[in-house]
Every structure is written in structure tokens, then in C-alpha cells.
Design a protein around this ligand. Structure first.
Ligand code: SF4
Ligand code: SF4
Ligand code: SF4
Length: 229
């Protein structure tokens, strides 16, 4: 397999290589998180590198290892600089256009999304709620119909509840596989970042949980600010 790919990439035209790599990149076009986008892109392109030159073989692997760590909440100061440096090395030092084109794309992702990378590394936040380490699933009590489908679907047995009760996800057990979201017709299973809404502590009858007004609700809700005369 590796030998076939080596012959292919070295013999391939720049256009063929570009088409292949852009196609790989496009598979992530709907992914709103640049860190995860780069993680998946480098995982696929490292597998199709022929591996003949060290910078392409090890460089793409390192890009993948570092972005994986960042997405797992293990990002460190200096990671962005290392990712940029490896991308530059790929552009300059790869034996053929395959490594160079991968480097150009990874460098562009970092340049365009530096702020998002920093949030993942320094604040342990993924604003797009894509990186599993940075979000949890919860059941929105006002939406849950108590159908019990999520309990049947969950491989981790992380959902508590039975028919006609508002269900609850135990995020210490949940591995964020997302399978329950596919069966929840009520779209009650949602993602939360650092702030988790108020939820029942245990399964209660559907319709019995009242959501308290947030700040800004109550007496002043909907009122206009009084103007100075
Ligand atoms: S840059 Fe080197 S390792 Fe990468 S595909 Fe080309 S020849 Fe193979
Ligand atoms: S995301 Fe997966 S593990 Fe978590 S509650 Fe849903 S089905 Fe269970
Ligand atoms: S699948 Fe959705 S609506 Fe049904 S019990 Fe689970 S969270 Fe509630």
C-alpha cells in the first residue's frame, strides 16, 4: 500500500495531488471547530502519505498528535507555534507536493483560527461544542416527552428515567457518543459547554418541572429601559 502511494504521489501531477487533498479537506467543510477539523484532516492525510521522507511522515503525524491532545484538553503553551513550525517544514522540506499541500492547508487553518486554538489551549473551551472534552449532553426538561428511547439506545447506561418521566443524563458516565440524540424525536438532548441549565435532580413526571426565570426575567422582563429626561 505504502509503495503504491509513494509511486503515485511522486509521479502524480500537482493538480492531481491538489484535487486529492482538497477533497480530503472538503470532507470537513461542515465541521465548525477548526481544531477538530485539523485533527481529522491530519489523521486522514497521514494515512495516505507514502512515508518516504521523514518530514512528511513524522510531520503530519505530529500535527495529528498535537491537535488530538488540544481537543482532549491537553493543549500546552507553545503548541500553536509548534504546529505552525511543522506546517512550514512540510511546505519547505517535503520531497513531493503531497506534503507541501498538506502543510499549506494546516498553516492556513491555524492562521485563520488562531483565536479558537488559543481558547482550546488556554481556556479549555470549544465554542462550537465539537470537542468531546469540552461539552456535555443534557436532557432539556421542557422538551422531554418521556418516550424512553434514549435509555434503550445508550450503550453506557448513562440515562436515568422510564416511560413518562423526564430523563436525566449522568455526564460522568456518558462518553458523548451522540447515539441518543439520533433517536430523540423531541430534540430534547442538547449540548452544554461550561454553563449547564438548571435540571431536575432525578427523573420526575413529564410536565412537572418548572423552569425558573433567569436574570432579567421576573418583574422587569420585557420592560424598556426608562429614558433620561
Ligand atoms: S512528501 Fe515525501 S512522504 Fe510525503 S507523499 Fe511525497 S514522497 Fe511521500
Ligand atoms: S451520548 Fe452516548 S453515552 Fe451519552 S447518554 Fe447519549 S447514548 Fe449514552
Ligand atoms: S429520547 Fe428524548 S424525549 Fe425520549 S425520553 Fe429520551 S430525552 Fe426524553
Amino acid at each position: 500500500m505504502a509503495l503504491v502511494q509513494r509511486k503515485l504521489w511522486k509521479q502524480a501531477s500537482l493538480e492531481e495531488i491538489k484535487d486529492f487533498i482538497i477533497e480530503e479537506y472538503k470532507k470537513q467543510s461542515e465541521n465548525p471547530c477548526p481544531v477538530d477539523k485539523m485533527r481529522v484532516f491530519t489523521d486522514s492525510t497521514r494515512r495516505t502519505s507514502c512515508g518516504e521522507c521523514v518530514i512528511c511522515r513524522e510531520g503530519i503525524l505530529q500535527l495529528n498528535v498535537i491537535t488530538e491532545a488540544i481537543s482532549q484538553g491537553k493543549g500546552r503553551d507553545g503548541d500553536i507555534e509548534i504546529l505552525t513550525e511543522i506546517s512550514d517544514d512540510l511546505i519547505l522540506g517535503s520531497c513531493c507536493d503531497y506534503g507541501k499541500e498538506v502543510g499549506k492547508i494546516t498553516k492556513r487553518i491555524i492562521e485563520e483560527s488562531k483565536e479558537e486554538f488559543e481558547k482550546h489551549i488556554k481556556r479549555k473551551r470549544c465554542d462550537a461544542l465539537v470537542c468531546k472534552k469540552f461539552f456535555s449532553y443534557y436532557v432539556a426538561p421542557e422538551k422531554c416527552s418521556g418516550c424512553n428511547k434514549c435509555v434503550e439506545e445508550c450503550p453506557q447506561k448513562a440515562v436515568a428515567g422510564s416511560k413518562d418521566l423526564i430523563h436525566i443524563i449522568d455526564s460522568s458516565i456518558c462518553d458523548r457518543c451522540g447515539k441518543c440524540t439520533a433517536v430523540c424525536k423531541a430534540a430534547a438532548i442538547q449540548k452544554a459547554g461550561a454553563i449547564i441549565p438548571k435540571l431536575p435532580l432525578e427523573p420526575v413526571a413529564v410536565g412537572s418541572f418548572k423552569i425558573e426565570p433567569q436574570n432579567g426575567g421576573g418583574l422587569m422582563a420585557g420592560r424598556r429601559r426608562r429614558r433620561r429626561s
